[in-house]
Design a binder for this molecule. Structure first.
Ligand code: GDP
Ligand code: IMO
Ligand code: MG
Length: 434
């Protein structure tokens, strides 16, 4: 059975959670492979909203095993809170439903303190992080100072493991940022609950995935954030600290690239960004306000207002290339309803010449002017439409233009926040020849 990677093709919040929840009945396993509780993935089922930060978006489906991979940075407090939140809704999160990689990195309170202190000291140049400790946790992972989930199991060794990490990080907190330090005893105390609650869920996730693949089961890999927030391919330094692109699914889950059959890029039918950094097609006028209001564009993690603008094909072409997208899910098409005119950026203009490739230099990007193609809008509601042919002609033309320019089919189209509000033109889990 095919294995599918789902990644955000823009700046995050494209609707990955909704789409993964929608596709999960076809997957035996759903695997998160990077990021941490900076993610906010929204699932709406029969009017009830669930927001997930760490738990994969297949969790609401009985019979789907959800895995948090080695590439994720796990805040144990957030994970426990999320498990308890689901329990309150009547869903028991046991080992047959959720497992956490023993290799995943731990986000400690000191990582969150450092993240916040740094952002504050940056003032107007702040990245606008989610304050969840993501950057400092990934730094400690790469510098080989961090803890992995399995380190929480060994209570006796914990103080010794924490000592050097806290010594260095507390120096920064106290001396550079004038913030109170985090003591070893504090973390050792918290770790008692972490161990109690999470030890039963720890697993060698790569092995579990491999067994499933050998049994011909289907795996859905769920990305967090988006391509333009990728640490290498995004708008650096206004990015997150992980590899968000499809290639990251292999390293972050513990499987080889030969096991991936299909890469689905998730995009909104327009664009949003939350936090600082360049956003060439941002629209602060009435159209942007329409998108923000109708699309309810507020962050699922921080509640911040999302910046809104037009679809940008320079960005999406970049995403098609770095992810090797085989198809596109174009979500929130319904949000465009009611706009008299809809626009798509087809290229940038820089120094009097056309630019088709997303530039690495932010200075160059800031000097770029988006070139727009304008389309007539539509006023009919598309919320109940489930067949492409039933969309208003103007909406069909809008989607076809995107497909033609990107040379990638928009196989799934989102027309509302509910799980089933999807027009399915093809099934990503179908075996196909490329
Ligand atoms: P994620 O981080 O990529 O999972 O996306 P978020 O959950 O942060 O943000 C997407 C928002 O759009 C959520 O509020 C979803 O409920 C909502 N959403 C997803 N797909 C659609 C759609 O097709 N139409 C509408 N109107 N809302 C959608
Ligand atoms: P999902 O998975 C949108 C943004 C932050 C900030 C930058 C760095 O819901 O799409 P970080 O806390 O990661 O160090 O912040 O990245 N950001 C997101 N924006 N959706 C997300 O996740 C995001 N996760 C991080 O706003 O600009
Ligand atoms: Mg989100």
């Amino acid at each position: 059975m095919p294995n599918v990677v789902c990644v955000g093709a823009q700046w995050g919040d494209e609707g990955k959670g909704k789409l993964v929840d929608h596709l999960s009945p076809q997957a035996d396993l759903v695997v998160r492979f990077q990021g941490g509780s900076n993610a906010g993935h929204t699932l709406v089922v029969d009017g009830e909203t669930t927001i997930l930060h760490l738990i994969p978006s297949g969790i609401l489906h009985e019979g789907t095993l959800n895995l948090i991979g080695p590439g994720v940075v796990v805040d144990p407090d957030v994970l426990i809170r999320e498990i308890n939140g689901l329990k309150e809704k009547g869903l028991q999160v046991t080992r047959d439903r959720l497992r956490v990689s023993e290799r995943a990195s731990v986000i400690l309170p000191i990582h969150k303190a450092l993240d916040l202190a740094r952002e504050k000291s940056r003032g107007a140049d702040a990245i606008g992080t989610t304050g969840r400790g993501i950057g400092p946790a990934y730094e400690d992972r790469v510098s080989r100072a961090g803890l992995r989930m399995l380190d929480l199991l060994d209570a006796d060794a914990l103080p010794e493991r924490l000592g050097p990490l806290l010594k260095e990080r507390n120096f920064l907190l106290k001396e550079l940022y004038s913030c109170p330090p985090v003591e070893v005893e504090e973390i050792v105390g918290q770790a008692v609950e972490w161990r109690e609650q999470l030890a039963p869920l720890l697993d060698d996730v790569g092995v579990t995935i491999d067994r499933a693949l050998r049994d011909n089961r289907s795996v859905l890999f769920e990305g967090a954030q988006g391509t333009l927030l990728d640490v290498d391919h995004g708008t650096y330094p206004f990015v997150t600290s992980s590899t968000t692109v499809a290639g990251g699914a292999c390293a972050g889950a513990g499987i080889g690239p030969t096991r991936i059959d299909h890469v689905l890029g998730i995009s909104k039918a327009y664009a949003t960004r939350v936090g600082g950094g360049p956003f060439p097609t941002e629209d602060e006028g009435p159209a942007g306000q329409h998108l923000g209001n109708v699309g309810a564009e507020f962050g699922a993690t921080t509640g911040r207002k999302r910046r809104c603008g037009w679809l940008d094909l320079v960005v999406l072409r970049h995403s098609v290339r770095v992810n090797g997208l085989t198809s596109l899910a174009l979500l929130k098409l319904d949000v465009l309803t009611g706009l008299p005119e809809v626009k798509i950026c087809t290229e940038y203009r820089h120094d009097g010449a056309a630019l088709h490739e997303f530039p690495a230099s932010l200075t160059k990007l800031e000097a770029c002017e988006p070139v727009y193609q304008s389309f007539p809008g539509w006023s009919e509601s598309v919320a109940k439409v489930r067949k492409f042919e039933d969309l208003p002609d103007a909406a069909q033309n809008y989607v076809r233009f995107i497909e033609e320019r990107l040379e990638v089919p928009a196989e799934l189209i989102g027309v509302g926040p509910e799980r089933d509000a999807v027009i399915e033109r093809a099934n990503p889990f179908k075996v196909r020849s490329r």
